[in-house]
Every structure is written in structure tokens, then in C-alpha cells.
Design a protein. Sequence first.
Length: 319
Amino acid sequence: MTVVTRSAGLVFSMAAAIAMAVPSVAGAVTPTVVGPPQTTRHAATGYAEGHPDLAPAGSNNFDCKPSAAHPRPVLLAHGTDTQAYTDWAAVAPALAADGYCVFALNYGKDSEKDTYGVGDIVSSAGEFSAFVDQVRSATGADRVDVVGYSQGATVTRYYINKLGGSEFVDQWVGLASPSYGGVMFGLVPIVRAIPGADEFVRDTFSVAVSEQMEGSDLLRSLNDGGDTVPGVHYTTIGSRVDEMIQPSSNIALRGPGAENIVLQDVCPQNLTGHFRMPYDPYVIDIIRTSLDPTAERHVSCTAVPLGADILQVVIDSNS
């Protein structure tokens, strides 16, 4: 879900928002200019403001050839109203340091503004499908692994489950995945009381936001008949204090082949929420060990206070 950068602040004032035109989507972009690694979303957001369409460090080297130890490239899909660099500036270099060929795209573009992850999720899944083909062709890999953050988890799971991607994906990892949608700080039920609620959200925010609300037609279609398909190992990584996806049980998948990891089950004192997930060192280790159970952990469990980084997200969203 991840309505960060410009839209994160808007979520806090959804009830008072003024409707705008629905953005049109111009397609995906594969960034090739590589930015520096970052350790916080605030730092990544600030750097991206002056350097748009960056690839996160360690990614999008199309000369990279997978090793015997890591034969499958890892493809990263960002969240809503953000971009590859802003969401993956910590994860991508960590995976590259482990020896993976790492790739990240910007999908679901608003053609009138420099923002991504706002278009129809089915169309974005088609863009991701083309990206998988591009990476497989460049690397010679038959199959890939996928890590999707927030909306990126839904986009990539739609590709796997509905567009034939299960033929080409071995492991799928959904970080803060809105598998069954969220209530967005509890505002979705309030907005749904308004006649024409879905149209209101589409016009005020984006198609992608409306499609990630709990009970949306898109999510019902994706999950009907089973939320997993054979041949793919699915892992969700979620937090009980996720600010966007509540109830947090909506993160978990229910079908065969799914492993659901709750952060507080493995590190009770870590109260990282939705926006901090891709920058929490312990969570990054969970991603690494989900892709490769033999990977050596880099950090131990430490305390993270409830609401960490949320105020900074709101400030960044409105600056």
C-alpha cells in the first residue's frame, strides 16, 4: 500500500481532501543512473528529490550474470506514490553484497507528474511482466525471485497468479503486503460511508490506492479461488503495528506454499511499522534469509519504538 512521499501526508487528511483528475499512466521506467546507499527513508526521499529516476545502489547492472550460489536474479517492486530508489536504497545494496544480480523498476507512472505506483494494478502487473522478460533475457536466467513492498507485493503477486508469472518466479517475498487490503489509519470505513467512495478515492488519490482498500474488487479478484498458485514459494513479512494494513492479519496469505512471518514473533521489541519496514536492519535480514536460509545475519534483535519515523514521513510528504 505504502502511500509515501507526496501522498503519505494526504492519507492523514483523506476526509478533507479535494478531488483532482485521475492521473493517466504512461508506463514503466528502468532507471540506470545509480544513487548512493541510504539507511533511512528520510535520507532516500531527500536525495531522490534532487535526483529523480535513480536506481538504488547495487541494482540494474544488465551485464550482471547470476552465480552458482545465487542463480536467480532478484527483482524489486516499490510501493504506492514512490519509486525504486526511495523504497530500495537500503535493501538493494544489501542483496547485491550477498552476491545477487538485483534489478528494480519504476512502474505505474503518472504521466503528468514525476510519481510512480499510482496506476491500475493490472496494468502495472503487465509492466512488471515485461521487466521480468527483460531481466531474464539479459541475464540468461530461467527463473527469478521477487521482492515486492506494499503495493509492489500486490503487483507482483498479480503477475504471478494471474498473468502466468508462476512459470518464471521461484520465490516471492511480500514486505508489508496488502494481501487482503487495509483500512489506512482506520479511514477507509469512514470514506466508504460516503456515496461513491471508490470514485472519491480514485479521484483524490489514485486508482492504486482504491484497489488496495480492504474489500476492493481488485483484491477479491486476485484472491478468489486461492491466494497462491503452485510452483512458487510465497513469504509475507509483516508487522502487527502496520499503520496502513489493519487488521494486520490481512498481510498473511492463506494458500498452500505460503510462509507468513510476523516481525514481533521473531523480535518482540521491534515495533517497526509500514513505512519503516524496508529500512529496518532486522527486517532486511529477514528478507535476506527468506531468499537464502543459509545467509549470515548481520544484526541482532533490538528495540524500535512504536511510531518510529512516522512524523518524518509526514513532514517529507508535505515538503
